[in-house]
Write a protein that binds this ligand. Sequence first.
Ligand code: C2E
Ligand code: CA
Ligand code: CA
Ligand code: CA
Length: 275
Amino acid sequence: AKRRGKNQVVAFKINFLDIVSRRMQLEQALREALNEQELAIWFQPIIDAQKGCVIGLEALSRWRLSSEFIPPNEFISIAEASGMITKLGRQVFDKVGAALQELRIDYPQLQCNVNLSLRQFRDSDLTKDIIECIEKYHLPACALHLELTESMIAESETEILPTMQSLVGHGFKFHLDDFGTGYSSLERLKNLPFDTLKIDRSFVVPLRQDDHVMVKNIINIGRELGMNLIAEGVETEVEVHKLLQLGCHQIQGYYFARPMPLDELKIWLATTQPQ
Ligand code: C2E
Ligand code: CA
Ligand code: CA
Ligand code: CA
């Protein structure tokens, strides 16, 4: 038994070292990728399922290292821990700004959501970076929506709030991402300048089994607070129908469209969205 115990410890250590060394290698590679501007932005449409038209996009970072796509959750966490997220975030704004300027020629109402991390509030002048972006690409503030996760708010509300308020003052809108996973109180949400709640995918999936208790409660909270609602990760027709019945018609998910590069998005828009 003793010997087996020892082997298990050894096996664990090797595994742990693998994880650490992968992370270190990825950190170095990410630094180079950012210097070379190698990260891409893919866009996932957000649909008004009642009207059948696109209302916006979410910008999602993509990193291809040799032939492998590194999952965003993995490289974003490395970028956050190492402080590179500020640089990554600036590149996201720049790419999104350029894409929107072009897309809004044919789709003047189109807006795009950008995901933000806490360190971008801490380590940089976020208001300045974002305003520089919209000025460079001649966009109105309403063309950019900013997503913050509920867990970020739960951890650092007082730190984030002043910058949020300054951005709201400039006309930017905020979406509360992963809503329902962070146990925010209604009272707290009332005092935060969010315009939209994004219902986390974990509450959408149970709709397949006809379990709509949670999603119904969340939709009611959103209504109570006078906010827009977007359901995320919608993959099936059943989910779409139930969300519409429950009063949530803004939908993002593989059922309508996957995240895609700008070239593909242009084709998707041209074939699905009558101008
Ligand atoms: P998120 O903001 O919650 O983004 C939604 C995730 O759900 C995306 O994963 C998207 O591809 C995926 N998704 C969309 N529709 C469906 C669906 O119908 N089914 C399923 N199973 N999944 C769906 P992705 O692209 O892997 O991004 C993961 C997370 O990485 C994002 O979660 C976001 O928190 C973070 N992230 C991505 N890009 C950026 C970025 O530029 N900056 C920051 N700070 N975070 C980012
Ligand atoms: Ca998001
Ligand atoms: Ca989300
Ligand atoms: Ca998420």
